[in-house]
Design a binder for this molecule. Structure first.
Ligand code: F6R
Length: 234
């Protein structure tokens, strides 16, 4: 591979389960160092085994997330709270409740959200998945680094990639996302990448141009750790 910029670490794990363990180790270490960690939380399929591993450690008394603040990364527009497609609901079920987290910041009104995150002292950690088109949250290409927290229209690629989550239900076309400016300001960013279908976009993310046309490539200017499984890299 080409030279990675200083500050970027790439860890290759054997499979999705090993990736989950490595990611859980990193998150637990961060929480041990700062028990009141603020963490931006992706949904999507990639981080689910990591969240399950974190929940297992919490249940076993090996980790304590009670002072952590979970910050929502993105949300569809126009859904009721009990809609099965709500990303807030997904984050509650997969991360907040099983880890015993009591503090959250919901993405509802962009200005309030940014103010609440700033009042916390900013983001300690952004835990992200890699969109098949290089999106982060719903920062669709092109998203310049200064893109604020805002409402967006999803691209056809993202509508397609999100379809698999909802079992035949339509994917809402409008969404809200934490801005690139906020994501890039996190003190640490972690990008989880799993599966052969992400191989091409991961190469471009790490080795191509840093460009708004591939929002994830902009993470290379941050203190970034990429944890990928072999299928996504080798
Ligand atoms: C989800 C999110 C998305 C996903 C990305 C990858 O909150 O923000 O950007 O992280 O689409 O999705 P998966 O992990 O399902 O491949």
């Amino acid at each position: 591979m080409g030279n990675l910029p200083a500050g970027v670490t790439l860890k290759i794990e054997a499979d999705a389960q090993a990736l989950a363990h490595a990611a859980a180790d990193l998150i637990c270490a961060a929480v041990q160092q700062k028990p009141d960690l603020s963490i931006l939380v992706a949904t999507g399929n990639t981080p689910m085994p990591t969240y399950a591993e974190l929940a297992r450690r919490a249940a076993a008394g090996q980790a304590d997330f009670s002072r952590v603040t979970a910050v929502q990364l993105d949300e569809y527009l126009g859904l009721t709270d009990d809609d099965p497609r709500s990303l807030w609901g997904w984050m509650q079920r997969s991360f907040v409740a099983p880890l015993g987290i009591t503090r959250t910041i919901r993405l509802h009104v962009p200005e309030e959200f940014d103010r609440d995150v700033a009042a916390l002292g900013g983001l300690d950690l952004a835990l992200l998945g890699l969109g098949p088109n290089g999106h982060l949250g719903f920062n669709e290409p092109p998203s310049p680094p200064e893109s604020p927290t805002r409402t967006v229209t999803l691209t056809p690629e993202s509508l397609e990639s999100n379809r698999v989550y909802w079992n035949g239900l339509a994917v809402p076309t409008g969404a809200m996302t934490a801005g690139m400016n906020l994501i890039l300001s996190a003190r640490q960013t972690v990008l989880l990448v799993s599966g052969a279908h992400k191989r091409g976009i991961l190469r471009c993310t790490l080795e191509g141009d840093q460009t708004p046309n591939l929002p994830a490539s902009l993470l290379r200017r941050t203190a970034l750790t990429v944890i990928a499984d072999e299928a996504a890299w080798l």
